[in-house]
Design a protein around this ligand. Structure first.
Ligand code: HEC
Ligand code: HEC
Ligand code: HEC
Ligand code: HEC
Ligand code: HEC
Ligand code: HEC
Length: 327
């Protein structure tokens, strides 16, 4: 009887050993790839002469045009006359009274708004004030309202405007044009949609898609060649990670909000671990402006960013914050 007890213990130990070794081996199998190893880039080259959104929308006005004016990407920067609700809001903020008339553009649409005015070709100057949207809008900022001439070009332009030249810190178009995600589009694509990136025939390359979205959604990375917090002349289709320096530990940072962390985690899974089973487009439809289809994705570790194990009813609550975007 005693012998049997020992034998059992030995068996338990063996099984446990095999299991732990197995897990360790599997852990090792998840070895890091070099995210810079594939593809090409346009670092240091001139910004291509891309086809502008108004031209695209001439042909795509019924499908894409119908929703573009309500898309967060389409409205991330708006002219004053296109946002009467924000113009009204400014008028109600006494703190902004001295400079209210100077504001020409708004940056942000959902939670926070910043104020801009034009400062020569392809440049904005930004006000040291921000207004949190909500039932009672509230404006904050230190000292007197002052315009900052260099901040927008140095810190913001690459992700809130289109066609940025990192040397002069100028942009070709304000807000996010089709080019940001579809790249330098060949106008022959009407006959052969495989010529255009993100068409139904051209949206299965997980690495390419991930680079496209990560060029803006990895907040807190920087360009190796310029040191700026946004990519150097990234053109959709390129490999972002040839010039974008990323601290992947951010994907495990417990202090990061889930809105940003699930992005970091998904990008790391694809770019570093080569796991191409889930991309941003498994869950998000950019033009549909919805993440509804995420409910049908097979359960995976990333679900735990927003859901407690197996209780999908009430997702965890989180507030998106960003030192880079100053909110
Ligand atoms: C690396 C790209 C990147 C840079 C650089 C960047 N942003 Fe952003 N910004 C984003 C992304 C992506 C979002 C949307 C994040 C989300 O909602 O999860 C965003 C959101 C915002 C919002 C919130 C809009 C809203 O209503 O929710 C504001 C305001 C903003 N940025 C201001 C700035 C300012 C000011 C700067 C420069 C000081 C800046 N950003 C630099 C990528 C960037
Ligand atoms: C923020 C990235 C982004 C921007 C900017 C963008 N698109 Fe798209 N586009 C996508 C993605 C991703 C898809 C794949 C389907 C989806 O997610 O909606 C797509 C799909 C499409 C499609 C195919 C729709 C279908 O039925 O499958 C067309 C046409 C299109 N985009 C046109 C445009 C035009 C025109 C603009 C500029 C006004 C534009 N896109 C701006 C990301 C973008
Ligand atoms: C001269 C008209 C014309 C212009 C300009 C044009 N397109 Fe298209 N595009 C078409 C036609 C026609 C198709 C194929 C039929 C369809 O899917 O709508 C198409 C298809 C697409 C698709 C793939 C849709 C699918 O079903 O997979 C995308 C994405 C797209 N266009 C994006 C753009 C973008 C971005 C621009 C601007 C840079 C642009 N188009 C400019 C006519 C045009
Ligand atoms: C050129 C920069 C840029 C690119 C490329 C980009 N985004 Fe964004 N995205 C933003 C900014 C900026 C915002 C917030 C805009 C605002 O509120 O002012 C945003 C907002 C969003 C939101 C929140 C929308 C909402 O209404 O709550 C989602 C989801 C999103 N992006 C997904 C994607 C996906 C998926 C891709 C890749 C196909 C992508 N983005 C590519 C800059 C970008
Ligand atoms: C497993 C599904 C899934 C994947 C993969 C995924 N997302 Fe999300 N994401 C979601 C859901 C669900 C939300 C919450 C939407 C809501 O609050 O209604 C969300 C929210 C967001 C937001 C809005 C944050 C905020 O509240 O301002 C942005 C921006 C975003 N995702 C971008 C991305 C990008 C970029 C990628 C790819 C790198 C990506 N997501 C990958 C499911 C996913
Ligand atoms: C970025 C946060 C985020 C991530 C990541 C995420 N979810 Fe969600 N999920 C939400 C939010 C917010 C809702 C409620 C609104 C909605 O449906 O988009 C939700 C709702 C759901 C629902 C509907 C629950 C109900 O009964 O109403 C299901 C099912 C679901 N998620 C499954 C998943 C699965 C499976 C994954 C992983 C593949 C996942 N989610 C990843 C945020 C997220």
């Amino acid at each position: 009887m005693k012998m049997l007890g020992w034998a059992k213990l030995v068996i338990v130990c063996l099984v446990f050993g095999v299991v732990t070794v197995g897990v360790r081996v599997r852990g090792q199998e998840k070895k890091a790839l070099d995210p810079a190893a594939w593809g090409a880039d346009h670092v240091g080259k001139p910004v291509p002469e891309f086809v502008h959104g108004d031209e695209c929308l001439f042909c795509h006005r019924n499908t894409i045009g119908a929703t573009w004016q309500n898309n967060a990407h389409g409205v991330t920067i708006r002219q004053r006359e296109d946002a009467p609700e924000l113009t009204k809001l400014v008028a109600a903020q006494s703190d902004l009274a001295p400079i209210a008339k100077e504001i020409e553009y708004f940056l942000g649409s959902r939670h926070v708004v910043r104020f801009l005015k034009k400062d020569g070709y392809g440049k904005f100057t930004i006000l040291n004030r921000q207004t949190a949207l909500g039932e009672t809008a509230k404006t904050t900022g230190e000292g007197k309202p002052v315009w900052d001439k260099t901040r927008f070009g140095d810190r913001c332009a690459g992700c809130h405007t289109t066609g940025v030249d990192s040397t002069n810190k100028t942009f070709v178009a304000f807000g996010l044009d089709c080019y940001a995600c579809h790249g330098d589009v060949n106008l022959e694509h009407g006959n052969d949609t495989s010529l255009v990136l993100l068409s139904k025939k051209q949206r299965n390359n997980a690495k390419v898609i991930t680079s496209v979205c990560a060029q803006c959604h990895l907040r807190d990375a920087k360009s190796k060649s310029t040191g700026l917090p946004y990519p150097n002349n990234f053109v959709a289709g390129d490999n972002l990670f040839r010039d974008f320096v990323v601290d992947w530990k951010r994907a495990d940072d417990e202090n990061l909000n889930a809105g940003d962390r699930h992005v970091w985690r998904n990008v790391r899974d694809v770019a570093v671990y080569g796991d191409e089973s889930i991309t941003c487009l498994s869950c998000h439809q950019v033009h549909g402006n919805t993440s509804f289809k995420h409910r049908r994705v097979l359960r995976a570790a990333i679900c735990s960013e927003c859901h407690e194990a197996d209780s999908f009813k009430t997702p965890k609550r989180y507030a998106v914050r960003s030192g880079l975007c100053e909110y």
